[in-house]
Design a binder for this molecule. Structure first.
Ligand code: MOS
Length: 727
């Protein structure tokens, strides 16, 4: 099926199942510990040996020698893979780092060996006995001192920015920095590799099975037909598990070497330097406006380290968020000898809006305008870089107005540091949020069995987001049955290829694929029942057409029915800017004596197309808001610039917010359908919640204290010296 023109009325619009808050269909499995995560496939792979990755002890240089004698002789050891016996390994298209060092070392904790033993403890103990001699080389670890390289084709311009900026009566020119960030997902990277002859089955915690299927042949040098990837449950990815990484590749190589299945998980302390991270940015924002508050010049330049296959595109949101005739965006990159920088939690938008939306707060103050009113004044309903292209839907103004009202924005004191409760300075702040909301090609297979149950199969993953449930809702709505009649099987390359989980495109894409397959299945049912396929209705377990009504189950008396289809997405995403929007409001307290910052309450008002499952979508937004608080106040993957590694490479040193850090979070979804994205008229919300949140927190801290911190994270040491006197 092709999606070429905006959706018209279709069976989803009945909203018997879609659009209803629905508890996760796999929730019981997860809460009872019986959902099988990658490392737990003991039953499927009962004889797996354990692999333990030894990470490089230098950041840059080469391996002079590796002495494996002691490790080989250690109890239980079955084999050790190093560059000497691994064979030729290629690199992926998405993650571009080499899985195995040797002779060159590209970054700290890059794998130098994987030790395989009968038990995990034996593999770990033997791993400590691997002796590596290195020849160190000088590396580049400091973004601020590295050489900047332009990225061809990534700069944008409209009008004449320099002239407009120079002539604007009110201007702002500021730098903002964001540090490196780690995904810090709960489930560590994990893989089990099992060979039968030249066929590999890989259980892997991976967000996009299809990317793994593309990358593994390149990395291992084997044909795609010989690979099966299985990934039914994933404990969070946040961009860090988009495709296959060293754990998976080395599990496969090690399993081949020892002639047994091998399971590998990355020990937590290795994850931060072995895998990928969100690269730090240095950004400059220039804004120019008339005294009326209308922006006339918008300039955003961002510079980041370590390019994976994608740069950190921090200027993305600036290209679409506000009107203004004269504009530039520029991206620069520096090669650093750190682990690979790559996608993490709304890559681009998150660090970009940490700068832009603080700059907007500063500019509003310069103009003497309320920050909400300033944003409304500069709203645009067309892509400001190509005004002929409208937004498919854009309710940012409605989000801002609703949020301001619900949060009590009118009680804000515009004068910073003016509101106190005892020793606590109280402030509120806000920011806008924007994040792409497109759909991508996605396929599924649907079966109606003789018991009248529907089974959906697709290689889509559920990384904790709720894919299982929205897919069940979609199939139930299309086939006119209750959600309890639907079984969803995900995360297996043996199933039809979906868009996968990333870039906030999962929900709209995978449900579109299921829709297409269901349309086909409905046709098969109609044919079996001898019903015309126009004006046919599937509901309450029955099929009605032309005055007759038959039980759905009648269609499978002569045998089950199965249909498979792919939804191909046309050009509507080029004709329309398809984006999701949010308005974020945050209240903080800052202790006037210690500078301690406490978030007191948060509100997000979102407009993101039809919300397929308001319960799961709310959780997605709350998760994003929580990550936003992390980015604003805590998360800081600190580089030791002398030796070139992330120092705080565990969850004790790398802090993320937990429940106790945020007492109150509310989410409101505005009514919206977006018929240009897909047949469900839905967009994703997986990353929207994080995009504006950090700036809203930063702006609240400023409102509380009068101290503007432009170097994230905003920690108390950056406030202390400048706080107002204790009352
Ligand atoms: Mo996301 S950072 O595109 O998995």
């Amino acid at each position: 099926m092709k999606f070429l023109t905006p959706a018209t009325r279709n069976p989803i619009d009945r909203l018997n199942v879609v659009g209803k808050p629905t508890a996760r269909i796999e929730g019981r499995l997860k809460t009872t510990g019986t959902a099988t995560y990658t490392y737990e496939h003991h039953a499927a792979v009962p004889n797996a040996a354990y692999g333990y990755i030894v990470g490089a002890g230098i950041a840059k240089g080469r391996i002079a020698s590796i002495d494996l004698a002691q490790a080989r002789a250690a109890p239980g050891v079955l084999g050790i893979v190093t560059a000497d016996n691994a064979g030729r390994l290629g690199v992926g298209q998405f993650y571009v780092a080499r899985a195995l060092a040797g002779p060159e070392v590209d970054h700290y904790h890059q794998a130098v060996a994987i030790v395989v033993a009968e038990t995990f403890e034996q593999a770990r103990a033997a791993g400590q006995l691997v002796r590596v001699q290195y020849v160190k080389a000088a590396g580049s670890f400091d973004l601020a001192k590295a050489t900047r390289t332009p990225l061809p084709g990534m700069d944008t311009a409209a009008g004449d920015f320099e002239t407009a900026f120079a002539g604007a009566p009110v201007t702002l020119d500021q730098h903002y920095t964001t540090p490196d960030h780690a995904h810090a997902m709960m489930e560590p990277h994990a893989a089990i590799a099992s060979w039968k002859g030249d066929k590999l089955t890989l259980w892997n915690a991976i967000q996009l099975v299809s990317w793994g299927m593309r990358d593994l042949p390149r990395m291992l040098g084997i044909p795609r037909e010989n690979i099966r990837i299985v990934s039914p449950y994933i404990g969070g990815g946040f961009g860090g598990k988009a495709s296959v990484l060293a754990d998976a590749v080395l599990a496969a190589v090690a399993a081949r070497l020892v002639g047994r299945p091998v399971k590998v998980t990355l020990q937590r302390h290795l994850m931060f330097n072995n895998t990928s991270h969100r690269p730090a940015t240095i950004q400059r924002i220039r804004l120019g406006a008339g005294r009326d508050g209308k922006l006339t010049a918008i300039g955003h330049e961002s510079w980041s380290g370590n390019l994976g296959s994608l740069p950190e595109r921090a200027t993305l949101p600036t290209r679409l968020l506000y009107a203004g005739a004269n504009r530039i965006t520029r991206l620069r990159v520096s090669h650093l000898d750190l682990a690979e920088g790559n996608a993490m939690r709304a890559p681009g938008e998150t660090p970009g809006m940490m700068a832009l939306e603080v700059a907007m707060d500063e500019m509003a103050e310069k103009l003497g305008l309320d920050p909400v009113a300033f944003r409304i004044l500069n709203d645009t309903q067309v892509d400001p870089e190509s005004p002929a292209r409208p937004f498919s839907t854009r309710q940012l103004v409605q989000c801002l107005r609703t949020g301001a009202e619900r949060f009590g924005w009118d009680r804000r004191n515009a004068r910073p540091g003016a509101r106190r409760e005892g020793h606590w300075l109280i402030g509120i702040g806000m920011a806008a949020g924007i994040r792409g909301g497109r759909a991508m090609k996605s396929a599924a297979r649907v079966r109606l069995d003789r018991q009248g149950r529907i089974t959906v199969e697709t290689d889509m993953t559920d990384i904790g987001t709720g894919s299982y449930t929205i897919i069940a809702q979609t199939a139930a709505e299309m086939m006119g049955v209750g959600i309890d009649r639907v079984t969803v099987l995900l995360g297996d390359s043996a199933y039809p290829e979906s868009a996968g989980s990333a870039g906030q495109f999962g929900a709209a894409s995978c449900t579109a694929g299921v829709y297409a397959a269901c349309v086909k299945l409905r046709g098969l049912v109609a044919k079996r029942l001898g019903l015309g396929s126009t004006d046919i209705e599937f509901s309450g377990g029955r099929v009605r057409a032309g005055g007759t009504s038959r039980p759905l189950a009648d269609a499978v008396e002569a045998g089950e029915l199965q249909a498979e289809d792919v939804m191909e997405i046309g050009e509507l995403g080029k004709q329309y800017a398809q984006q999701t929007f949010a308005a974020h409001f945050v209240e903080v307290g800052v202790h006037a004596g210690t500078g301690e910052i406490r978030v007191r309450r948060m509100l997000a008002v979102c407009a993101a197309g039809r919300i397929i499952n308001p319960l799961a979508a709310r959780s997605q937004i709350i998760g994003g808001m929580t990550m936003g608080v992390g980015a604003a106040l805590m998360e800081d993957l600190v580089v030791d610039k002398r030796v070139g590694f992330f120092v705080n490479h565990d969850l004790a040193g790398y802090e993320v917010p937990v429940h106790a850090d945020i007492p109150e979070q509310e989410v409101i979804f505005l009514d919206e359908v977006d018929p240009t994205v897909g047949p469900l008229k839905a967009k994703g919300v997986g990353e929207l919640g994080i995009c504006g949140t950090p700036a809203a927190v930063a702006n609240a801290v400023y409102n509380a204290t009068g101290v503007r911190v432009r170097e994230y994270p905003i920690t108390l040491d950056k406030l202390l010296a400048r706080l107002p006197a204790l009352a």
